[in-house]
Write a protein that binds this ligand. Structure first.
Ligand code: ADP
Ligand code: MG
Length: 398
Protein backbone atom coordinates (compact mmCIF):
# COMPACT_ATOMS: atom_id res chain seq x y z
CA UNK A 1 0.00 0.00 0.00
CA UNK A 2 1.22 3.46 -0.87
CA UNK A 3 0.11 5.97 1.72
CA UNK A 4 -1.17 9.36 0.74
CA UNK A 5 0.33 12.45 2.33
CA UNK A 6 -3.04 12.78 4.04
CA UNK A 7 -2.35 9.61 6.01
CA UNK A 8 0.96 10.81 7.44
CA UNK A 9 1.41 12.42 10.82
CA UNK A 10 2.92 15.74 9.86
CA UNK A 11 2.07 18.07 12.74
CA UNK A 12 5.22 19.72 14.04
CA UNK A 13 7.35 17.36 11.94
CA UNK A 14 10.02 18.15 9.40
CA UNK A 15 8.74 16.74 6.12
CA UNK A 16 11.03 16.31 3.13
CA UNK A 17 9.03 16.76 -0.08
CA UNK A 18 10.75 15.63 -3.29
CA UNK A 19 9.19 17.93 -5.88
CA UNK A 20 9.76 18.36 -9.60
CA UNK A 21 10.93 21.95 -9.97
CA UNK A 22 12.80 21.13 -13.18
CA UNK A 23 11.35 24.22 -14.88
CA UNK A 24 12.55 26.06 -17.99
CA UNK A 25 14.62 29.15 -17.12
CA UNK A 26 15.21 32.18 -19.29
CA UNK A 27 18.73 31.89 -20.75
CA UNK A 28 19.57 35.55 -20.13
CA UNK A 29 17.84 36.47 -16.88
CA UNK A 30 17.52 32.95 -15.34
CA UNK A 31 13.91 33.87 -14.45
CA UNK A 32 11.35 31.05 -14.43
CA UNK A 33 9.82 30.90 -17.92
CA UNK A 34 6.99 28.48 -17.16
CA UNK A 35 5.92 27.92 -13.57
CA UNK A 36 3.37 25.17 -14.20
CA UNK A 37 5.49 22.54 -12.44
CA UNK A 38 5.79 24.79 -9.39
CA UNK A 39 2.03 25.37 -9.41
CA UNK A 40 1.42 21.64 -9.75
CA UNK A 41 3.15 21.01 -6.41
CA UNK A 42 1.21 23.66 -4.49
CA UNK A 43 -1.62 21.39 -3.25
CA UNK A 44 0.92 19.09 -1.59
CA UNK A 45 2.95 21.93 -0.09
CA UNK A 46 -0.17 23.73 1.12
CA UNK A 47 -1.51 20.54 2.66
CA UNK A 48 1.71 20.01 4.63
CA UNK A 49 1.71 23.64 5.77
CA UNK A 50 -1.94 23.35 6.78
CA UNK A 51 -0.98 20.38 8.96
CA UNK A 52 1.63 22.56 10.70
CA UNK A 53 4.57 20.71 9.19
CA UNK A 54 8.02 22.19 8.70
CA UNK A 55 8.41 21.80 4.96
CA UNK A 56 11.72 21.00 3.28
CA UNK A 57 11.57 21.00 -0.54
CA UNK A 58 14.14 19.39 -2.82
CA UNK A 59 14.42 19.03 -6.58
CA UNK A 60 16.84 18.72 -9.45
CA UNK A 61 17.06 21.28 -12.24
CA UNK A 62 18.62 20.49 -15.59
CA UNK A 63 21.76 18.41 -15.99
CA UNK A 64 24.61 19.93 -13.97
CA UNK A 65 26.24 16.47 -13.90
CA UNK A 66 27.37 16.56 -10.31
CA UNK A 67 28.95 20.02 -10.42
CA UNK A 68 27.80 23.39 -9.13
CA UNK A 69 26.44 25.23 -12.18
CA UNK A 70 25.24 28.67 -11.00
CA UNK A 71 22.83 29.01 -13.96
CA UNK A 72 21.02 25.91 -12.70
CA UNK A 73 20.46 27.21 -9.18
CA UNK A 74 16.98 26.82 -7.72
CA UNK A 75 17.16 30.26 -6.10
CA UNK A 76 14.87 31.93 -8.67
CA UNK A 77 12.48 29.01 -8.40
CA UNK A 78 12.31 29.73 -4.67
CA UNK A 79 11.44 33.37 -5.41
CA UNK A 80 8.61 32.31 -7.72
CA UNK A 81 7.36 29.76 -5.20
CA UNK A 82 7.34 32.42 -2.53
CA UNK A 83 5.09 34.61 -4.73
CA UNK A 84 2.74 31.71 -5.43
CA UNK A 85 2.52 30.65 -1.78
CA UNK A 86 2.29 34.19 -0.48
CA UNK A 87 4.90 33.52 2.18
CA UNK A 88 8.67 33.50 2.64
CA UNK A 89 10.67 30.60 1.28
CA UNK A 90 14.03 30.12 2.97
CA UNK A 91 16.69 29.13 0.44
CA UNK A 92 19.62 26.88 1.35
CA UNK A 93 22.63 27.21 -0.93
CA UNK A 94 23.27 23.46 -0.72
CA UNK A 95 21.21 20.34 -0.07
CA UNK A 96 23.49 18.66 2.50
CA UNK A 97 26.08 19.79 5.06
CA UNK A 98 26.16 21.67 8.36
CA UNK A 99 24.53 24.85 7.06
CA UNK A 100 21.53 22.96 5.71
CA UNK A 101 21.24 20.87 8.87
CA UNK A 102 21.12 24.05 10.92
CA UNK A 103 18.50 25.68 8.67
CA UNK A 104 16.35 22.53 8.81
CA UNK A 105 16.74 22.27 12.59
CA UNK A 106 15.72 25.89 13.09
CA UNK A 107 12.56 25.59 10.95
CA UNK A 108 9.32 26.48 12.65
CA UNK A 109 5.87 25.04 11.94
CA UNK A 110 4.45 26.42 8.71
CA UNK A 111 7.82 27.50 7.34
CA UNK A 112 9.27 26.41 3.99
CA UNK A 113 12.91 25.64 3.23
CA UNK A 114 14.01 25.04 -0.36
CA UNK A 115 17.27 23.15 -0.86
CA UNK A 116 19.71 23.84 -3.70
CA UNK A 117 19.75 21.65 -6.83
CA UNK A 118 20.25 18.03 -5.76
CA UNK A 119 22.25 17.24 -8.91
CA UNK A 120 25.03 19.65 -7.92
CA UNK A 121 26.25 16.53 -6.09
CA UNK A 122 27.22 13.50 -8.19
CA UNK A 123 26.00 11.29 -5.31
CA UNK A 124 22.38 12.15 -6.11
CA UNK A 125 22.26 10.34 -9.45
CA UNK A 126 24.59 7.60 -8.16
CA UNK A 127 22.12 6.92 -5.38
CA UNK A 128 25.02 7.05 -2.92
CA UNK A 129 23.97 5.71 0.47
CA UNK A 130 25.95 8.15 2.61
CA UNK A 131 24.47 11.10 0.70
CA UNK A 132 21.00 9.55 0.95
CA UNK A 133 21.41 9.24 4.73
CA UNK A 134 22.38 12.91 4.97
CA UNK A 135 19.22 13.93 3.10
CA UNK A 136 17.14 11.56 5.23
CA UNK A 137 18.59 12.97 8.45
CA UNK A 138 16.98 16.34 7.65
CA UNK A 139 13.44 15.07 8.08
CA UNK A 140 10.97 12.92 10.00
CA UNK A 141 8.65 12.25 7.07
CA UNK A 142 9.21 11.80 3.32
CA UNK A 143 6.77 12.68 0.57
CA UNK A 144 7.42 12.12 -3.12
CA UNK A 145 5.47 14.40 -5.45
CA UNK A 146 7.89 14.16 -8.40
CA UNK A 147 6.35 11.54 -10.67
CA UNK A 148 8.53 12.74 -13.55
CA UNK A 149 11.67 11.37 -11.86
CA UNK A 150 10.08 8.26 -10.33
CA UNK A 151 11.68 6.09 -13.03
CA UNK A 152 15.13 7.06 -11.74
CA UNK A 153 16.67 5.34 -8.72
CA UNK A 154 18.42 8.37 -7.26
CA UNK A 155 19.27 9.28 -3.66
CA UNK A 156 16.30 11.66 -3.31
CA UNK A 157 13.80 9.33 -5.00
CA UNK A 158 14.90 5.94 -3.67
CA UNK A 159 18.03 5.84 -1.47
CA UNK A 160 16.88 8.16 1.30
CA UNK A 161 13.35 6.84 1.58
CA UNK A 162 13.98 3.80 3.78
CA UNK A 163 15.95 5.96 6.22
CA UNK A 164 12.96 8.21 6.98
CA UNK A 165 10.39 6.92 9.50
CA UNK A 166 7.24 7.83 7.49
CA UNK A 167 6.76 7.90 3.74
CA UNK A 168 3.98 8.67 1.32
CA UNK A 169 2.93 10.16 -2.01
CA UNK A 170 1.91 13.74 -2.71
CA UNK A 171 -1.22 14.73 -4.59
CA UNK A 172 0.49 15.08 -7.98
CA UNK A 173 2.06 11.63 -7.69
CA UNK A 174 -1.26 10.14 -6.58
CA UNK A 175 -3.08 11.73 -9.49
CA UNK A 176 -0.57 10.32 -11.99
CA UNK A 177 -0.91 6.83 -10.55
CA UNK A 178 -4.69 7.05 -10.38
CA UNK A 179 -4.94 7.92 -14.07
CA UNK A 180 -2.17 5.71 -15.44
CA UNK A 181 -2.94 2.52 -13.51
CA UNK A 182 -6.30 1.89 -15.25
CA UNK A 183 -4.53 2.05 -18.63
CA UNK A 184 -2.79 -1.19 -17.69
CA UNK A 185 -5.55 -2.89 -15.77
CA UNK A 186 -9.29 -2.58 -15.64
CA UNK A 187 -9.78 0.11 -18.29
CA UNK A 188 -13.39 0.61 -19.37
CA UNK A 189 -13.91 -0.67 -22.92
CA UNK A 190 -13.75 0.17 -25.69
CA UNK A 191 -10.19 1.26 -25.04
CA UNK A 192 -8.09 2.85 -27.77
CA UNK A 193 -4.46 3.97 -27.74
CA UNK A 194 -3.14 6.50 -30.24
CA UNK A 195 0.61 6.35 -30.62
CA UNK A 196 2.68 8.71 -32.69
CA UNK A 197 5.83 10.73 -32.43
CA UNK A 198 9.29 10.44 -33.75
CA UNK A 199 10.59 6.92 -33.35
CA UNK A 200 9.46 3.32 -33.25
CA UNK A 201 12.44 2.60 -31.00
CA UNK A 202 11.11 5.02 -28.33
CA UNK A 203 7.61 3.58 -28.37
CA UNK A 204 7.81 -0.07 -29.33
CA UNK A 205 7.78 -1.36 -25.74
CA UNK A 206 4.67 0.70 -25.00
CA UNK A 207 3.03 -0.59 -28.18
CA UNK A 208 3.95 -4.14 -27.20
CA UNK A 209 2.63 -3.82 -23.67
CA UNK A 210 -0.61 -2.03 -24.58
CA UNK A 211 -1.30 -4.33 -27.52
CA UNK A 212 -3.00 -7.02 -25.44
CA UNK A 213 -4.92 -4.52 -23.33
CA UNK A 214 -6.56 -2.24 -25.92
CA UNK A 215 -9.24 -2.76 -28.55
CA UNK A 216 -7.43 -0.68 -31.13
CA UNK A 217 -4.05 0.94 -31.72
CA UNK A 218 -4.00 3.97 -34.00
CA UNK A 219 -0.55 4.78 -35.33
CA UNK A 220 0.62 8.17 -36.59
CA UNK A 221 3.66 10.45 -36.66
CA UNK A 222 7.00 9.69 -38.23
CA UNK A 223 6.79 6.24 -36.64
CA UNK A 224 4.00 5.32 -39.05
CA UNK A 225 6.37 5.20 -42.03
CA UNK A 226 8.46 2.45 -40.49
CA UNK A 227 5.22 0.49 -39.97
CA UNK A 228 4.14 1.21 -43.56
CA UNK A 229 7.51 -0.03 -44.81
CA UNK A 230 6.94 -3.22 -42.83
CA UNK A 231 3.65 -3.65 -44.68
CA UNK A 232 5.41 -3.02 -47.99
CA UNK A 233 3.69 0.32 -48.68
CA UNK A 234 5.81 2.93 -50.50
CA UNK A 235 6.79 5.84 -48.24
CA UNK A 236 8.84 8.00 -50.64
CA UNK A 237 11.56 9.81 -48.73
CA UNK A 238 9.74 9.73 -45.37
CA UNK A 239 11.74 9.10 -42.22
CA UNK A 240 12.11 5.34 -41.79
CA UNK A 241 14.16 3.59 -39.12
CA UNK A 242 15.57 0.88 -41.35
CA UNK A 243 16.77 -1.22 -38.44
CA UNK A 244 13.28 -1.16 -36.89
CA UNK A 245 11.27 -2.38 -39.87
CA UNK A 246 11.54 -5.95 -38.63
CA UNK A 247 10.42 -4.92 -35.13
CA UNK A 248 7.44 -3.15 -36.69
CA UNK A 249 6.64 -6.24 -38.77
CA UNK A 250 6.57 -8.38 -35.63
CA UNK A 251 4.24 -5.87 -33.92
CA UNK A 252 1.88 -6.02 -36.90
CA UNK A 253 1.94 -9.82 -36.70
CA UNK A 254 1.28 -9.79 -32.94
CA UNK A 255 -1.66 -7.42 -33.44
CA UNK A 256 -3.16 -9.82 -35.98
CA UNK A 257 -2.76 -12.79 -33.64
CA UNK A 258 -4.19 -10.86 -30.67
CA UNK A 259 -7.08 -9.68 -32.85
CA UNK A 260 -6.30 -6.07 -32.02
CA UNK A 261 -7.15 -3.51 -34.65
CA UNK A 262 -3.90 -1.78 -35.61
CA UNK A 263 -4.58 1.14 -37.93
CA UNK A 264 -1.98 2.88 -40.04
CA UNK A 265 -2.55 6.17 -41.86
CA UNK A 266 -4.05 5.84 -45.35
CA UNK A 267 -3.40 9.38 -46.54
CA UNK A 268 -0.68 11.90 -45.80
CA UNK A 269 0.31 15.54 -45.96
CA UNK A 270 3.61 15.44 -47.82
CA UNK A 271 6.35 17.83 -48.94
CA UNK A 272 9.78 17.57 -50.48
CA UNK A 273 11.45 18.97 -47.37
CA UNK A 274 10.62 18.74 -43.65
CA UNK A 275 9.86 22.44 -43.12
CA UNK A 276 7.22 25.10 -43.49
CA UNK A 277 6.78 27.53 -46.37
CA UNK A 278 7.25 24.87 -49.04
CA UNK A 279 4.69 23.27 -51.38
CA UNK A 280 2.63 20.64 -49.63
CA UNK A 281 0.08 18.19 -50.98
CA UNK A 282 -2.19 15.51 -49.66
CA UNK A 283 -1.77 12.02 -51.10
CA UNK A 284 -3.18 8.54 -50.57
CA UNK A 285 -0.82 5.57 -50.17
CA UNK A 286 1.74 5.06 -51.55
CA UNK A 287 3.73 8.26 -50.98
CA UNK A 288 5.40 9.24 -54.27
CA UNK A 289 9.18 9.23 -54.62
CA UNK A 290 10.82 12.47 -53.53
CA UNK A 291 8.08 13.30 -51.01
CA UNK A 292 8.00 12.71 -47.27
CA UNK A 293 5.02 12.28 -44.98
CA UNK A 294 4.83 15.08 -42.41
CA UNK A 295 1.28 14.67 -41.08
CA UNK A 296 -1.59 12.22 -41.30
CA UNK A 297 -4.04 13.22 -44.03
CA UNK A 298 -7.70 14.26 -43.58
CA UNK A 299 -9.14 10.79 -44.33
CA UNK A 300 -6.91 9.22 -41.69
CA UNK A 301 -7.72 11.97 -39.19
CA UNK A 302 -11.46 11.50 -39.81
CA UNK A 303 -11.24 7.75 -39.34
CA UNK A 304 -9.17 8.07 -36.13
CA UNK A 305 -11.57 10.73 -34.80
CA UNK A 306 -14.49 8.42 -35.54
CA UNK A 307 -12.76 5.56 -33.72
CA UNK A 308 -12.04 7.80 -30.70
CA UNK A 309 -15.73 8.72 -30.77
CA UNK A 310 -16.61 5.13 -29.82
CA UNK A 311 -14.44 4.70 -26.73
CA UNK A 312 -14.69 4.69 -22.96
CA UNK A 313 -10.91 4.99 -22.42
CA UNK A 314 -8.30 6.73 -24.57
CA UNK A 315 -4.55 6.99 -24.15
CA UNK A 316 -2.61 9.26 -26.48
CA UNK A 317 1.14 9.62 -26.81
CA UNK A 318 3.07 11.25 -29.62
CA UNK A 319 2.02 13.87 -32.18
CA UNK A 320 0.56 12.75 -35.52
CA UNK A 321 2.97 14.89 -37.51
CA UNK A 322 5.53 17.64 -37.38
CA UNK A 323 3.00 19.70 -35.44
CA UNK A 324 5.44 22.52 -34.56
CA UNK A 325 5.04 23.67 -38.18
CA UNK A 326 1.49 24.92 -38.83
CA UNK A 327 1.19 23.17 -42.22
CA UNK A 328 1.60 19.83 -40.46
CA UNK A 329 -0.41 20.45 -37.28
CA UNK A 330 -3.93 19.54 -38.45
CA UNK A 331 -3.69 15.81 -37.66
CA UNK A 332 -2.44 16.41 -34.12
CA UNK A 333 -5.09 19.09 -33.58
CA UNK A 334 -7.86 16.74 -34.78
CA UNK A 335 -6.77 14.07 -32.29
CA UNK A 336 -6.55 16.57 -29.43
CA UNK A 337 -10.05 17.84 -30.21
CA UNK A 338 -11.40 14.30 -30.48
CA UNK A 339 -10.04 13.58 -27.00
CA UNK A 340 -11.76 16.71 -25.68
CA UNK A 341 -15.07 15.57 -27.23
CA UNK A 342 -14.64 12.07 -25.84
CA UNK A 343 -14.01 13.53 -22.38
CA UNK A 344 -17.15 15.66 -22.62
CA UNK A 345 -19.28 12.55 -23.24
CA UNK A 346 -17.74 10.74 -20.27
CA UNK A 347 -14.71 8.86 -21.58
CA UNK A 348 -11.49 8.78 -19.59
CA UNK A 349 -8.78 10.41 -21.69
CA UNK A 350 -5.10 10.53 -20.80
CA UNK A 351 -2.28 12.27 -22.65
CA UNK A 352 1.32 11.32 -21.90
CA UNK A 353 4.64 12.37 -23.43
CA UNK A 354 6.51 15.66 -23.56
CA UNK A 355 5.55 16.83 -27.03
CA UNK A 356 2.00 15.50 -27.07
CA UNK A 357 1.33 17.07 -23.68
CA UNK A 358 2.80 20.35 -24.94
CA UNK A 359 0.55 20.16 -28.01
CA UNK A 360 -2.57 19.76 -25.86
CA UNK A 361 -1.52 22.65 -23.63
CA UNK A 362 -0.73 24.86 -26.65
CA UNK A 363 -4.13 24.11 -28.17
CA UNK A 364 -5.79 25.22 -24.94
CA UNK A 365 -7.32 21.77 -24.40
CA UNK A 366 -5.40 20.66 -21.30
CA UNK A 367 -8.40 21.15 -19.01
CA UNK A 368 -10.74 19.39 -21.45
CA UNK A 369 -9.06 15.99 -21.13
CA UNK A 370 -9.15 13.81 -18.03
CA UNK A 371 -5.42 13.87 -17.35
CA UNK A 372 -2.24 15.25 -18.89
CA UNK A 373 0.72 13.36 -17.50
CA UNK A 374 3.59 15.60 -16.43
CA UNK A 375 6.07 12.74 -16.49
CA UNK A 376 7.18 12.11 -20.07
CA UNK A 377 9.74 9.35 -19.60
CA UNK A 378 8.21 8.10 -16.37
CA UNK A 379 4.73 7.69 -17.85
CA UNK A 380 6.10 5.80 -20.86
CA UNK A 381 8.13 3.46 -18.64
CA UNK A 382 5.06 2.91 -16.52
CA UNK A 383 3.03 1.96 -19.60
CA UNK A 384 5.82 -0.34 -20.74
CA UNK A 385 4.80 -2.29 -17.64
CA UNK A 386 7.95 -1.51 -15.69
CA UNK A 387 7.84 -0.89 -11.99
CA UNK A 388 9.03 2.65 -11.24
CA UNK A 389 11.66 2.50 -8.45
CA UNK A 390 10.48 5.79 -6.93
CA UNK A 391 6.95 4.42 -6.68
CA UNK A 392 7.90 0.97 -5.48
CA UNK A 393 9.94 2.33 -2.57
CA UNK A 394 6.89 4.21 -1.26
CA UNK A 395 5.02 0.94 -0.91
CA UNK A 396 5.32 -0.22 2.68
CA UNK A 397 4.63 -3.83 1.75
CA UNK A 398 7.40 -3.95 -0.86
P1 ADP B 1 6.31 12.70 -27.25
O1 ADP B 1 7.30 13.68 -26.67
O2 ADP B 1 4.91 13.18 -27.15
O3 ADP B 1 6.51 11.31 -26.70
P2 ADP B 1 8.01 12.27 -29.55
O4 ADP B 1 9.13 12.95 -28.86
O5 ADP B 1 8.10 10.80 -29.78
O6 ADP B 1 6.62 12.61 -28.82
O7 ADP B 1 7.80 12.90 -31.00
C1 ADP B 1 7.60 14.26 -31.21
C2 ADP B 1 8.38 14.77 -32.39
O8 ADP B 1 8.12 13.97 -33.53
C3 ADP B 1 7.99 16.17 -32.74
O9 ADP B 1 9.14 16.99 -32.69
C4 ADP B 1 7.46 16.08 -34.17
O10 ADP B 1 7.84 17.16 -34.99
C5 ADP B 1 8.11 14.82 -34.66
N1 ADP B 1 7.34 14.20 -35.76
C6 ADP B 1 6.15 13.62 -35.68
N2 ADP B 1 5.75 13.21 -36.89
C7 ADP B 1 6.71 13.55 -37.77
C8 ADP B 1 6.90 13.37 -39.17
N3 ADP B 1 5.97 12.78 -39.92
N4 ADP B 1 8.05 13.81 -39.72
C9 ADP B 1 8.99 14.40 -38.96
N5 ADP B 1 8.87 14.60 -37.64
C10 ADP B 1 7.76 14.18 -37.04
MG1 MG C 1 9.38 14.12 -27.13
Amino acid sequence: MIRSIEQLDLAGKRVFVRVDFNVPLDKKTAAVKDDSRIRASLPTIRHALGKKAKVILASHLGRPDGKVVPELSLENVGARLSQLLGQDVIFADDCVGDGVRKLAGDLREGQVLLLENLRFHPEEEKNDDEFARQLAALAEAYVNDAFGTAHRAHASTVGMVKHVPQRGAGFLMLSELKHLQPLLKGARRPYVAILGGAKVSDKIKVIDNLMTRVDALLIGGAMAYTFMSARGIGVGSSRVEKDKVEVARRALEKAKQSRVELLLPVDHVVAREPKGGVDTRTVDDPIPEGFMGLDIGPKTAASYVERIGRTATVFWNGPMGMFEVSEYAAGTRAIAQALAHATARGAMTVVGGGDSAAAVVEMGLADQVTHVSTGGGASLEFLEGRELPGVKVLDDQA
